[in-house]
Design a protein around this ligand. Structure first.
Ligand SMILES: [Ca+2]
Ligand SMILES: [Ca+2]
Ligand SMILES: [Ca+2]
Length: 171
């Protein structure tokens, strides 16, 4: 973990317009997914939403500390799941990763995940898309579990209940 001073320096280098706050745009420019493609803007938006405790739509230094730790944790996690060190995650690596996280999902569903989150259409998932995939999956699973009170993996919900559930998700 970087020291407080280092972190301040990182914050300042990310805060390009010196506003004292990091916007989604500034975060996007600061992050790399290991390719020449820009970092997934959706992932930046998701992460800012998660760490923006005072709800002003941007990240101040206090919030940045937690966000930076989160990004570093994901970097470690991504590296450990990238078994062949290719810099991205293929379907087998994804299956291994999500199984380790405790998910039980069918092969068919993995194909769907690969299709939806492989933004570069290479049958590989890059760092930024991997975070997005995990956060979305986690959020949807938590919303489902909320309703699945008897934990049998089945829920019955009314139309409007379903809409409220979806609309209230921070995705
Ligand atoms: Ca700024
Ligand atoms: Ca904020
Ligand atoms: Ca790999």
């Amino acid at each position: 973990m970087p020291t407080q001073q280092n972190l301040q320096a990182i914050f300042q280098s990310v805060d390009k317009d010196r506003s004292g706050l990091i916007s989604a745009d500034e975060l996007q420019r600061a992050l790399s997914n290991g390719t020449w493609n820009p970092f997934n803007p959706e992932t930046c938006r998701l992460m800012i939403g998660m760490f923006d405790s005072d709800n002003d739509g941007a990240i101040n230094f206090m919030e940045f500390e937690a966000l930076w730790k989160y990004i570093n944790d994901w970097t470690q996690c991504f590296r450990s799941f990238d078994l062949d060190s290719s810099g991205n995650i293929d379907k087998g690596e994804l299956q291994n990763a999500l199984t380790r996280f405790g998910y039980r999902l069918s092969d068919q569903f993995y194909n769907l995940l690969m299709m939806k989150f492989d933004r570069t259409h290479t049958s590989r998932i890059n760092f930024d898309d991997f975070i997005q995939l995990c956060v979305v999956l986690q959020t949807l699973t938590a919303a489902f579990r909320d309703k699945d009170t008897d934990r049998d993996g089945v829920i019955t919900i009314r139309y409007e209940e379903f809409l409220s559930m979806v609309f209230s998700l921070k995705l």
